[in-house]
Design a protein around this ligand. Structure first.
Ligand SMILES: [Zn+2]
Length: 234
């Protein structure tokens, strides 16, 4: 990867017309949402997160599932400069945001062309009657008061498959972009990181992250806190 400075990264984003952002936990830490690794750190030695966030745990030990998932909610978190600038760019450019985050902050910022690749914690429904339920209701109780069914967030659990529509839309957004910006992610989660294989040969790839990521093609790399980049985009 070719290391570049902040000014070059800002101008690449300002000049491109078709941009697809691939985002991860790093875009939400400035909003006070901890990344999974630090969240899981609390639970190390108690139970594996892969189990606590699995379909098996949801079905067989719903209380355990519920108490873990509750710790992932930060209902007072607000979109930060990164979320807001991405939403704002959509007004003048062809933008797509594909996010691994389940915190709903890109949506809260107003991004319309959005794929929540792993779902959205704030999109909850009753698994018995299918009715949509607010996250506030879910955080009060995981039992649906109308039918007694179990409420769950619409996030992709371990043992569950990704939504086909999310994959198809993401592939199209990546393949049509002239600039792909990977922001705030170590880009190691499969199959999210496979999306880059769909980039066209003529597209440019820019990585803005605290550490370098492994890619099998040419990319520009800026080692920086993404907030400092996005606050400079006009
Ligand atoms: Zn119900």
């Amino acid at each position: 990867m070719q290391t570049i400075d902040k000014e070059k990264a800002v101008s690449m984003i300002e000049q491109a017309e078709k941009i697809t952002f691939l985002t991860g936990a790093g875009v939400s830490t400035a909003s006070g949402v901890p990344d999974y690794r630090s969240l899981f750190g609390i639970y190390t030695g108690i139970e594996r997160p892969e189990y606590l966030l699995s379909q098996t745990c949801l079905l067989e030990e719903p209380k355990k599932f519920y108490s873990f998932v509750q710790t992932m909610y930060h209902p007072n978190a607000k979109p930060n400069t990164i979320h807001k600038k991405m939403a704002e760019l959509e007004k003048s450019k062809n933008i797509w945001v594909i996010s691994q985050n389940v915190d709903g902050l890109h949506k809260a910022a107003g991004t319309q062309h959005l794929v929540d690749f792993h779902g959205d914690l704030y999109d909850c429904y009753c698994t018995r009657c299918g009715q949509k339920v607010s996250a506030k209701t879910y955080l009060f109780s995981d039992r649906h008061d109308q039918c007694g069914g179990q409420i769950r967030p619409n996030i992709v659990l371990y043992e569950e498959g990704l939504k086909e529509q999310a994959i198809a839309t993401s592939i199209e957004a990546v393949s049509k972009a002239e600039l792909i910006v990977i922001v705030g992610t170590s880009f190691q989660v499969h199959p999210f990181c496979y999306l880059i294989h769909y980039a066209s040969d003529t597209s440019e790839i820019l990585v803005i992250n605290e550490s370098a990521v492994q890619l099998n093609r040419e990319a520009y790399f800026l080692k920086e806190d993404a907030v400092k980049v996005f606050e400079n985009i006009v």
